[in-house]
Design a protein around this ligand. Sequence first.
Ligand code: EPZ
Length: 417
Amino acid sequence: MEKFIINGGNKLNGFVRISGAKNAILPIMAASLLAEGKSVLENVPQLNDIKMMAHLLRIIGARVDFNNDVMEIDSTHCSFCEAPYELVSKMRASIYVLGPLLARFGEAKVSFPGGCAIGTRPVDLHLQAMEALGTEIRIEHGYISARSSGLKGNKIDFKISSVGASANALMAAVIAKGKTVIENAALEPEIGSLIEFLNLMGARISGKDTRRLVIEGVAKLEPVRMKMIPDRIETGTFLAAAVITGSDITIENCNPDHIKVPINVLKKIGCRIDTGSDLIKIKSPKQIKPTTIRTLPYPEFPTDLQAQFTAMLSLADGESRIEENIFPDRFMHVAELNRLDADIGVINNSAVIRCVKKLSGAPVMATDLRASAALVLAGLAAQGYTEISRIYHIDRGYDHIEQKLQKLGADIRRIKG
Ligand code: EPZ
């Protein structure tokens, strides 16, 4: 097992280039199962979750070639409609094959996702959407078995906004017979990007970037080529890295429109931020002002930046609060941050972040993807050495984070455990 060793205290400077968005790419990879032939995805980083999804598509029978940042998926010879336990237990996003397999083959068997480090994560909305489109679902022996003799368009009204359920509903509805209307669909840019991909394939989805999506089913989709959108969470993580180390950096190849609310938070705590069409320049304040944040579905503050902003606000000049409204138990990073001398408490679904003058290096353990990123940020600012174990979590969703940070001037090394 590999570890990061960080000698904290260096200022960052220069440029960092943002990679393609993992959470946009995973559903798009699954969507390429919908058309026979070869789809080509550009700007795809070599992340472990993406490699795991490629492995799942190969099990299903697709041919996947992944070189540099281009992925080719040829779904012509797919026939095995199953996402096995070994994969789903490692990556919940495997459930994204449910909609496409049902739509193309009329059947799918997906291991029922279990617990997760960030809390309870039910899949009832995914299943309700499939049932609304005419699927018979059975849960047995730890698997979701879904079967349909032909999907039919219907109305799907989500009681809460869900990224994953919206994606699955879209991927099933595009080749269902007739019209589907999805109410309260997720607005996240990753859903917008999936809609673009599906429409490029020949789907007829209208209402992109609104909560009401109307899908006119088509008989067949064609394989396509598309460039993947930049990762807004990686962008926000580097912004927080700049602030916690008191640095000024430029972030390239990003989409500032996708993180307007986090940018406003950074302005409120004293940062100067200038944006271009695909870049952000951040100048950090000498003293971070405390603030209050509430995570909510897009376009509000993303849960996927909660841990990183918690780390950053531990050095603010006063008490901050972050209320977590998406995954109320997503606070595994707090105890580890406190090992680095942060002073953070959790009350119900809120982190109360009291001001400390400095953080100090210590051995800590990564518990999930964004928690690991928070520990890296804290380690960059801490005095002395921080050793982070179980960094396989961070490799799931950050593309060579240590190399990008080294280029910015951080003293961070990856070592074999
Ligand atoms: C996606 O997960 C992301 N994962 C998560 O990113 C992200 O934290 C989350 O959206 C919220 O933005 C991927 O895109 C692969 P949801 P997803 O369905 O789709 C409840 C990361 O760090 N819900 O939008 O699973 C759920 O409990 C990861 O990159 C139901 O009740 O999230 C939550 O409270 C972690 N029933 C809310 O909806 C369901 O059937 C939103 O979850 C589905 C969800």
